[in-house]
Design a protein around this ligand. Structure first.
Ligand SMILES: C[S@@+](CC[C@H](N)C(=O)[O-])C[C@H]1O[C@@H](n2cnc3c(N)ncnc32)[C@H](O)[C@@H]1O
Length: 376
C-alpha cells in the first residue's frame, strides 16, 4: 500500500466506525406513532440494517400486522471490518424478507423470515440493492451519516417516501437544502429529546477524545451508548405536527429587530420572537424547521456562502477580521462573505473592520422566511 492508500484506508475505516451506531427502539416507536395510517398495504425497506442488531427491523416485524404492512425488506451491508459491532461472520451480505405472521403467534419466527444472499456487499448504491429499492414504497432507517448526501439523493431520484435519521446540519447541504425550501423534505414529528439521542455501539468504539464529557457516553450491558446532538428525522411523509400553527406574540418595531447589513431582511435570533405582524423577509435560526408549518410560512432562502434563494448584497473583501481588542487576526473579511452580518461590534468574539472604521459581525446561518398569512 502506498502512503496515500494507507491514509485513505484509515480514513474510511474511521468513517465506517462512526457509522456503526444503532438506533434505540424507543426513539423509533415514538416517531412511528405519528404515521400509523401511512404504512397500510406498503412495502417497507430498511436498507442499512443488519436485522440482528437493527431495531428498525425489530419494530416493523413485530408491528407488521398492526401497521397492515404488505412486505418488509431489510438489507445487511457486509462490513469489511470484522471488529465492528454488526460483526458479519457470513461471507456474503444478506437481505431478509418478511411477509407477516403465518402461524398466528404474533411473533416473526425464524422460519417465517426469508433469507436471501446478495452477490455483492449490499451497498445501498449497488444494482442489487437498487432493485429492492424499486420494490419499496417507504424507506425507513438510520443511514450512515458519512454517506447522507448520496443516500438522500438516491431516495429522491427513485421518488421514494422515506423516514430517516440524520444530523440537523445536513439540511444545509447544497444537495439537500433545496428540497426543504420546496417542501419536498421536512423534519419528522419528534425531536429526540431536545435534538440529542443516544445511539448504541460496540464498546470498542469508545474514543475518550470524542467522549471527554462523561455525560456523552456510558457503557451498559456491554454496549456503548453515545450521545449525539442535533439529530432529526428527515421525511417526506406528512404528519399532524407540521400543520400546527406557531403562536406568535411579539409585535414588530425597528428598535427590537435589526436589519442585516448584507441581506434584505430582519434578524430574529429566536424562533419564539418572530413578530406576528412583519410582512418582509425574516432571518431565523435553522432550528425553525422544528416548528415549520408550510401553511403559515414560506422558506425563501438560506444564508450560506453559496447563497440559496436570497442573495447577499454586500461583500467584505475590503474588511479585516479583528479580535475584541481591535488587533487584526490576519484574516481578510472575504471569509465572512455570505454570512448574515449585523452592523457594529459584537459583545464577544471577533468582528470585521474596514479602513474607515466601519464595524460588522457575523451570525450563525439563518433561514430566510416570510409569514404567508400576511401576504394578501
Ligand atoms: C448509523 S448505522 C445505523 C444502523 C441501523 N440502521 C440502525 O439505525 O440501528 C448505519 C449502518 O449503515 C451501514 N452501512 C454503511 N455503509 C453502507 C452502505 N454503503 N450501504 C448500506 N449500508 C451501509 C453500516 O454498516 C451501519 O450498520
Amino acid at each position: 500500500m502506498t502512503r496515500n492508500e494507507t491514509t485513505r484506508h484509515l480514513h474510511s475505516a474511521k468513517k465506517a466506525k462512526n457509522d456503526e451506531f444503532y438506533t434505540q427502539l424507543s426513539d423509533i416507536e415514538k416517531e412511528l406513532k405519528n404515521y400509523k395510517r401511512s404504512f397500510k398495504g406498503k412495502v417497507v425497506l430498511c436498507n442499512c440494517d443488519d436485522p440482528r442488531v437493527s431495531n428498525f427491523f425489530h419494530y416493523f416485524s413485530y408491528n407488521f400486522e398492526k401497521l397492515g404492512l404488505k412486505k418488509l425488506i431489510s438489507t445487511c451491508y457486509k462490513n469489511q471490518d470484522r471488529d465492528l459491532f454488526s460483526r458479519n461472520d457470513s461471507e456474503q451480505a444478506i437481505y431478509l424478507i418478511y411477509e407477516g405472521d403465518k402461524n398466528n403467534n404474533n411473533v416473526p419466527d425464524p422460519d417465517e423470515i426469508g433469507i436471501q444472499f446478495f452477490e455483492g456487499d449490499g451497498d445501498f448504491r449497488s444494482d442489487e440493492a437498487i432493485e429492492l429499492l424499486k420494490q419499496a414504497d417507504i424507506v425507513v432507517t438510520n443511514p450512515p451519516f458519512s454517506l447522507f448526501r448520496e443516500y438522500v439523493t438516491q431516495l429522491v431520484d427513485y421518488k421514494k417516501q422515506f423516514l430517516i435519521i440524520g444530523n440537523l446540519n445536513a439540511m444545509k447541504y447544497g444537495e439537500i437544502y433545496p428540497y426543504f425550501q420546496a417542501n419536498k423534505i421536512w423534519f419528522g414529528a419528534t425531536m429526540f429529546n431536545g435534538g440529542a439521542t443516544y445511539f448504541m455501539g460496540s464498546p470498542d468504539l469508545y474514543d475518550p477524545k470524542k467522549m471527554s464529557n462523561p455525560k456523552n457516553a456510558y457503557i451498559k450491558d456491554n454496549k456503548l451508548y453515545w450521545r449525539v446532538n442535533g439529530v432529526r428525522w428527515f421525511t417526506n411523509l406528512d404528519h399532524n405536527k407540521r400543520h400546527e400553527e406557531l403562536v406568535l406574540y411579539k409585535t414588530y418595531s425597528s428598535n427590537d429587530y435589526l436589519n442585516y447589513d448584507n441581506y434584505d431582511a430582519i434578524e430574529v435570533s429566536k424562533v419564539v420572537e418572530i413578530p406576528k405582524d412583519y410582512k418582509g423577509v425574516m432571518g431565523v435560526p435553522i432550528s425553525f424547521m422544528d416548528k415549520y408549518n408550510p401553511d403559515q410560512f414560506d422558506i425563501v432562502g438560506l444564508s450560506m456562502k453559496a447563497g440559496f434563494g436570497l442573495e447577499s448584497n454586500k461583500f467584505y473583501d475590503s474588511y479585516k477580521e479583528v479580535k475584541q481588542d481591535g488587533t487584526p487576526t490576519g484574516s481578510s473579511g472575504k471569509k465572512t462573505n455570505g454570512n448574515p452580518m449585523l452592523v457594529g461590534k459584537p459583545k464577544k468574539g471577533n468582528y470585521y473592520l474596514d479602513e474607515y472604521g466601519n464595524a460588522a459581525y457575523s451570525l450563525f446561518d439563518r433561514l430566510f422566511v416570510v409569514n404567508k398569512m400576511l401576504q394578501h
